[in-house]
Design a protein around this ligand. Structure first.
Ligand code: IMP
Length: 206
């Protein structure tokens, strides 16, 4: 059996967060804060949003980070994430953002999840969030990590914190939705935090 190749360490002082999603940008900036890395956004660099043509979270994270790193000439970190609902065979999954339509209406996206569950006649409300993170370098090298958190959906959605599908998701072991709890609590346990701690361990920690 082959040993896993060593991960490339991040030795720079700055990176681009390759996202145009303000909620994700805020969370990633907070997660990076302890590492003294100068963070800029794809929007600040005038980078276009690449089309997400991948069929997995990892493939989409990789194409977004590589596009930004190659265009800007500095390392880039991307997140591709979404909500996978058991009773909908994993939908919306990689289409989580697209279910909100051009108006990015997540109230409508959460209503669609509830409607489609009802249409299937299922009482199964199990779901999980997944986050794939990719750190890419301008020479085309990249490292990827995946984190997930399981929970139960609740309708109507509750809370106005967080973003996206947060108000309808109650993580296992807690009784508040991600939309109700303090950001710091979400950041300790979320799918993104779990992917991020693997990234830190592999690429940042000294
Ligand atoms: P994408 O990764 O840009 O395709 O977008 C992922 C979409 O998944 C976001 O627009 C949100 O709707 C949803 N999503 C991902 N992470 C979270 C989260 O932490 N909370 C709520 N919704 C999320």
């Amino acid at each position: 059996m082959c040993a896993a190749a060593p991960r490339r360490r991040f030795t720079g002082t700055g990176l681009i967060v390759a996202t145009h999603n303000a909620g994700k940008l805020r969370e990633i900036v907070e997660l990076l804060a302890p590492y003294g890395i100068h963070v800029s956004s794809a929007a600040e660099h005038g980078l276009p949003e690449p089309e997400e043509t991948g069929t997995t979270f990892l493939a989409n994270a990789e194409l977004k980070a590589l596009a930004a790193a190659l265009a800007a000439g500095v390392p880039a970190l991307s997140d591709d994430s979404g909500l996978a609902v058991d009773g909908l065979d994993g939908a919306p999954g990689i289409y989580s953002a697209r279910w909100a339509g051009p108006a990015k209406d997540f109230g409508a996206a959460m209503a669609r999840v509830e409607r489609e569950l009802d249409e299937r006649g299922t009482t199964n409300r199990r779901a999980h969030f997944i986050s794939a993170l990719t750190l890419a370098w301008p020479d085309g090298h990249y490292e990827s990590f995946e984190g997930r958190i399981s929970g139960t959906l609740t309708f109507p959605p509750r809370g106005d914190r967080g973003f996206g599908y947060d108000p309808c998701f109650i993580p296992d072991g807690l009784n508040q939705t991600f939309g109700e709890m303090h950001e710091a609590t979400k950041h300790r346990i979320s799918h993104r935090a779990r992917a991020f701690s693997q990234l830190v361990e592999a690429c940042f920690a000294s």
